[in-house]
Design a protein around this ligand. Sequence first.
Ligand code: SF4
Length: 373
Amino acid sequence: MHQPETSSDWKWQIANQISTRGQLEKFIVLTNAERAAFEADIPLSFAITPHYAALLEHPALRRTIIPTIHENCVGTGELADPLGEEDHRATPHLIHTYPDKVLFLATSFCSTYCRYCTRSRMVGKPTGTASAFEESFRYIEEHTEIRDVLFSGGDPLTMTDAVLDELLARIRSIPHIRMVRIGSKVPAVLPMRITDELCTILRQHRVWLSLHFIHAAELSFETQAACRKLSDHGIGMVSQTVLLKGINDDTQTLVDLFYGLLEINVKPYYLLQCDPVRGSAHFRTSVGKGVELIRSLHGNISGLAVPQYVIDAPGGGGKVPILGSEQLRWEGDEVIFINYEGKEYRYPDPEEGRHSRRADCAIKNPIQLIKKD
Ligand code: SF4
């Protein structure tokens, strides 16, 4: 692998996103499965910042970013919208699932696209502009039970300072809003975006960050500096880690990540069972494996380093913390559990050998390295 050209200017990183097979092959040798994906009709966009591309020597990170033909294999129970968000869409930019919380979809753009993204149905596709948000602000004003607004997307921290400042000022002008969060992977994939100016805006509007990390290999020098800068500005940070098969589904990998996050003042918050989004079977572990992993952490490492293991209940039942298998019941291919309202939900458990409905999912050519010219 050659190292791609990079820069400490975040706008340069976005302007120089790697988004085609040709650009990627200038510094990385693709496998047959990866090459085939670029020729197939894969639903999720491909793009990566040069900063993150330089980390792809690590096989775990490579698997989460470079598409493979497996994404066209739709497993049992997998859906384009696994959390039923569209059924809870209150306005074009708002999802209202929990009584006191809304998800505000501020942008569909990400600087880097994760292959297991729950919102692969919408990220990387055109969306409305910030001027179209007023209907959503009015909805929040009218629903005084809403206290907590989570800006997500896409990645809101890819928006400019001026747009973010206006968005956050508008939401903070609503008296019943007590909590404002932004969900972002920017400190991992575009750490140079964390400027003093951005930190000042986030501090001024009392924003918490919910950051997405999946592996300690993401904690580059630049990422550590970005998180320390956010911490020095008084920004509260928690992390969300998606549990991914063959990428972070072993105790030592999780321990390295969670301690690494604590060292840069990010509290590990959620270890998320991977949502059953279409084409995700090759990323999803069984729920039994998730239970085994979280149990291996409790009591053995600092309690502060242990996140909650949660399943986001398919169909919109919300996040359900799983402490042990006593909470679970298996029926065929499904795991059954109860959410905070006492309602029963089912998660399609990806057991080996019975996850695929399509016979044509197997890659005809074995994965092998192709020599670069
Ligand atoms: S950064 Fe978040 S929204 Fe963007 S592709 Fe990754 S998981 Fe999806």
